[in-house]
Design a protein around this ligand. Structure first.
Ligand SMILES: [Zn+2]
Length: 122
């Protein structure tokens, strides 16, 4: 990461501009994105494992993040997630943070259990 840099990796917002290849979303829709933005084309992305996509980006790390006025998201049809109207932006960000930590902790916990009792955990 080179400085100056705009951090921020958990965010939600409204689509202000849209690329010519985006077909599933429209201007003004409320959306969020996962922590890792996959290319949407490779075998990892197509199998739902964008976190290991060799062509991934991470807003707030590899590009400007959510403290920027606007954040560009590649492969938007693949990466954007629509927000329900009843979910406000602050709650959405908290859900993402909690979900990410739960996934991380679950993987660590499952790995720990596999080492302790490999026949019990698959
Ligand atoms: Zn990919």
């Amino acid at each position: 990461m080179s400085l100056p840099h705009v951090p921020g990796h958990e965010f939600a917002g409204e689509i202000a501009e849209i690329g010519s290849q985006v077909s599933r979303f429209a201007l003004g829709e409320r959306v969020t994105v996962p922590f890792v933005v996959g290319c949407g084309r490779c075998e990892w992305c197509r199998s739902g494992q964008a976190q290991v996509c060799p062509d991934q980006t991470q807003p707030g790390f590899t590009q400007a993040g959510s403290f920027a006025e606007q954040v560009a998201i590649g492969a938007a049809d693949f990466n954007l997630v629509r927000l329900p109207d009843e979910l406000d932006y602050v709650t959405q960000d908290m859900v993402i943070a909690i979900q990410r930590d739960e996934q991380k902790h679950r993987r660590l916990f499952e790995g720990f259990l596999r080492e302790l009792c490999p026949d019990e955990v698959r």
